[in-house]
Design a protein around this ligand. Structure first.
Ligand code: PLP
Length: 448
């Protein structure tokens, strides 16, 4: 009965009065009360259904309310909700073992966190201790989380509000082949990675650089895929100077790009891999830092200076174990690959009809559609700046899609298409139809 008192209006009012929302001016927030979800869909209290083409924060890889995942959490809750990180516990041990087998190369031991930021935080601290060096190199078009260290690694303008951040972070450019950040023609020394990194090292003293941290495929900041050879050339330069290579696959990992890990596309193995989101579809907060055998050996003899009350939380780890089993049993990675091919071909058709589509890039279910006002000059539909990601008219495209039942996201001029990996062909078709409609808004601004 108490539940009945919480009408949609009451939820909306309490949310507005008492909840602080991420990355927003609170007076501008008008959050939609959501009543439930299933698979690729969620719905509000009035029965309006929305096709979730974001997977929420690109974490809900198994979609909403997967019954086996819900049951696994319920079972663990009935068995043991919590035990301190100092004890050995079945779900925690089982998940760590499963990750050692699933992750590429000799990545072996894992430290579990409550999310991606904490995984990155621990990764850079550990890298500094292992190497006894202080500098860390990260990229501009990156997002690594909102804690102090992770935000310092982050390149996108949200970092500005947290500056001055962690000392010792040095920035490099991104392999953004559609618009080379240094204005070079293709192939360019920035986009090929190694030469650009080596040039920076020359000025930073390579003997002081502990780690290079990159998203293997840039997620939030525009779905940027590195050209073939890029990650390998970073690997070679890091090896030459004894620098640890950290891959942040918080968003790109666990089937998102049609492989278990995005780095599997190129066969490049990092020294430290950070994950979260798709690791357990976020049903319970969870992240992981998984380290190479060499770092594992180092940890046998040296102190690990990190810890969290909820490190290896049993409910989170149980959901991780179940999530990996479901992904294998239901060939979720294969589905991401197959549906991704469909999505890619349908987006290519849209690009033929909509001049405002400057570039379509993606693999698996990790696609970006870059909107421009001129295909020849590649002038972006809205500029990349510090004013936030929802500028007109992109904000109108997103709003209009939502009004038609498609939940979309965008970063400046790049629409991000990242549906749950359990989506089917019919749902992709529906999303593409709605996209076809709303892209008319972008076409009105076309000047080319
Ligand atoms: N790293 C990447 C690549 C991400 O996309 C995100 C979140 O979007 C994070 C780290 C931070 O993860 P969390 O929000 O779980 O702290």
């Amino acid at each position: 009965e108490q539940d009945d008192v919480w009408t949609a209006d009451r939820i909306r009012a309490a949310d507005r009065d008492y909840v602080i929302h991420s990355w927003s001016r609170q007076g501008a927030v008008n959050a939609l009360p959501v009543a439930g979800g299933s698979g690729a869909w969620f719905w509000d209290h009035d029965g309006n259904r929305y096709l979730d083409f974001q997977s929420q924060l690109v974490n809900l890889n198994l979609g909403h309310q997967h019954p086996r995942l819900v049951a696994a959490i319920q079972e663990q809750a009935a068995r043991l909700c919590y035990i301190g990180p100092g004890f050995a516990e079945r779900s925690r041990a089982e998940l760590a073992e499963a990750l050692a087998h699933l992750t590429p190369g000799d990545l072996t031991m894992s430290f579990f966190t409550t999310g991606g930021a904490a995984a990155n935080e621990n990764a850079i601290r550990l890298a500094r201790h292992v190497t006894d060096r202080d500098k860390v190199i990260a990229r501009y078009r990156s997002y690594h989380g909102a804690t102090a260290g992770a935000m310092s690694l982050t390149g996108d303008p949200r970092r500005w509000a947290a500056e001055p951040g962690l000392p010792g972070v040095v920035r490099m450019f991104d392999p953004y082949t559609y618009r080379c950040p240094a204005g070079h023609p293709d192939p360019c020394p920035v986009c090929t990675g190694g030469p650009h990194l080596e040039e920076i090292l020359r000025y930073e003293d390579p003997g002081r650089v502990a780690a290079v941290v990159v998203e293997t495929v840039t997620g939030t900041n525009g779905l940027i895929y590195p050209p073939d050879g890029y990650l390998r050339s970073l690997r070679e330069v890091c090896d030459r100077y004894g620098i640890l290579l950290i891959f942040d696959e918080v968003m790109a990992g666990f089937g998102r790009t049609g492989e278990w890990f995005a780095c599997d596309h190129w066969g490049v193995v990092p020294d430290i891999l950070t994950t979260a989101k798709g690791l357990n579809s976020g049903y319970v907060p969870l992240g992981a830092m998984t380290v190479s055998a060499a770092i594992g050996d180092w940890l046998r003899d040296n102190h690990f200076w990190g810890g969290l009350t909820y490190a290896g939380h049993p409910l989170a780890c149980a959901s991780g174990v179940a999530s990996l089993k479901i992904m294998k049993d239901e060939d979720v990675v294969g589905n991401a690959r197959r549906q991704g091919e469909l999505l890619g071909s349908r987006l290519a058709e849209l690009a033929e009809r909509h001049p405002s589509i400057g570039d379509v890039r993606g693999r698996g279910l990790f696609y970006g559609v870059e909107l421009v006002t001129d295909r020849a000059t590649r002038e972006p539909l809205v500029p990349f700046n510090g004013k936030g990601a929802a500028a007109e008219p992109v904000s109108r495209i997103v709003k209009e899609a939502m009004r038609r039942g498609l939940y979309l996201s965008a970063n400046f001029n790049v629409l991000r298409l990242t549906p749950p990996l359990v989506i089917d062909a019919e749902e992709i078709g529906l999303a593409v139809e709605i996209l076809d409609d709303v892209l008319g808004i972008a076409d009105e601004y076309y000047e080319g």
